[in-house]
Design a protein. Sequence first.
Length: 418
Amino acid sequence: MPTNTQRAEKVIARCRQLAVFTEVPGEITRTFLSPPMHDVHNLMREWMQAAGMSITIDILGNIRGLYPGFDPNSNRLLIGSHLDTVPNAGAFDGPLGVVLGIALVEHLHAQQIKLPFPIEVIGFSEEEGVRFSKPFLGSLGITRGLSVDHLLLKDANGISVAEALTAFGIDPRGRQGMLRNILAYLEFHIEQGPVLDSESASLAVVDTIIGQSRFEITFTGNANHAGTTPMHLRHDALAAAAEWIVNVETYAQSVPNLVATVGKIHAEPNAGNVVPGSVITSLDVRHANNNVRTFAHESLIQSAKSSASKRGVQLSYNCVSAQNSTPMNPQFIKFLDTAATRAGHPSRIMSSGAGHDAMILAQYVPAAMLFLRSPGGISHHPDETVLPQDVEAALATGIEFLTVLRERHISTTKEAHA
Ligand code: HGY
Ligand code: MN
Ligand code: MN
């Protein structure tokens, strides 16, 4: 019987094993349904099968391992997170939540513990929104279902979501939005920020995932010769974008707890001796208060229009994703908090600045999240890591959480038959 420390080290080792499956040798980059995702599925299939789970790959390329319960009428507990990454990512943002789910089932399987409710461990195929600029495709697909517009979205190579699904071996015409009979959704995730590390704390229970707005913004001016075009005759798209990007930073610094980021910029024709004709940028705005966030992104679009019009540059924009601040389920927050205390790891409650699949699932089923400390507060970076003792604490809390749910199942079944 492995010790808690051995189980924790195995979880970390497995996340590092998955990290080698990448589109870019030497770094971790694994986007929606890219070829290395097949390698991730093959290795996870081995782990899931060994833990007594039956495995499916669903209509959105999510991998799902089902561990049966003894009560055929019971809804199932979903435990999951995402398997795609940002470019040059760390090894734990996403995969840790899926590997921890498998570790909990392995514990039950090894101990021959049967719970009344089935457990389904799910690895979502797309949460970051890197390949198609649309986040949460995996969790949206099994809850709301993807729209035709979603399926027609194209990546940088002109491949659509539907074509990507077909290339991965999935029939895109399959039925979506088929989430049924779910007891709750639990997501383990690294905090991705500095709070727990600054408090030397292992765990936190999430109460709210703050809202986020994501835009694609295009400045269209006139490309022209850099040597012969006088400054007063230019329509320089990059100069307009540059002025605006500094305004984004200044604006966000002036609003408490607002964050706004221009993470992507692509200038055409991207030549040193040509006045830039067009620039495509991203805008990511987040705040716990939906009105503050909406007012902020509207103000920043206005600011872009002003920087553009000063230079006779056209502006166009589209909102690629907008998620309101999403509360986690109060009852399951309590269950998770109780479990952490029972496991000897009293955890603080905190909100999440990062988006997670839990913010999609929470719109359909009770959802809860447990954060693990991010040493140095680092994430979306190769130096992202976790501590074995925090993984151990999360595993112990997960086991207690299952016990709390079993006790609740038994008591509600007794009441029903009283
Ligand atoms: O960007 C985020 O909020 C998350 O890491 N997908
Ligand atoms: Mn992420
Ligand atoms: Mn994540």
